[in-house]
Design a protein. Sequence first.
Length: 240
Amino acid sequence: MKKDHLFLKKSTVVDFDFGEKTAEVFEDMLDRSVPLYRELQRMTGELANEFAVDGTQVYDLGCSTGTTLHTLCESIEKSVTFIGIDNSEAMLEKAADHFRCKSVSKEYQFILDDLNEKLDIQNASVVVLNLTLQFVRPLYRELVVRNIYSGLNENGCLILVEKVLGNDSLFNRQFIRFYYDMKKRNGYSDMEIAQKREALENVLVPYRVDENIELLNKQGFSHVDIFFKWYNFCGFLAVK
């Protein structure tokens, strides 16, 4: 696993992207930047296994290097087709290499597509959106969730994990500070944290917890609950 040093040196900060440089270090970045990342992966697989149905499709939207999709492959016992979608060719190349190295024998495919546009989701029993919707422009988020809802079979589920804003500004500031403290414990410097924060400013736009729940309810999901919460990170489970 290559170490994430993207923001180690002081430089002119540009908007964060998911190109080749990010793809090279993405696994380390996630491991050190997402709280309880490995437990989140385990929980995602566990939940997906509960809702997966034989003969259906399981989607990971914004699959990046394929780690979550591989977790789904290992966790789901049913006979399903695994589909990873991302808009970064560099990420999908890493994902394909990952699956080849792991000698994945289950049926899978990777698709280059943009979540900001209409997605073709069909016969889905499970759709995963882990730390992805927050990068979709707010203008298009309803469309993304609507497409997911339309493509899910009855009793199918959406597993959504997002960075979130606190409802109270006092708590929000505290949660963000605790999050940066975690990143420091994981080896990131103050400068790395500051530069990445600036790079993400116009790219990652978080919603409050209640705004995410409202978004899911509005598109038709009848059952919505929180399965994970760590300060300013939240996991939602929505069932059609």
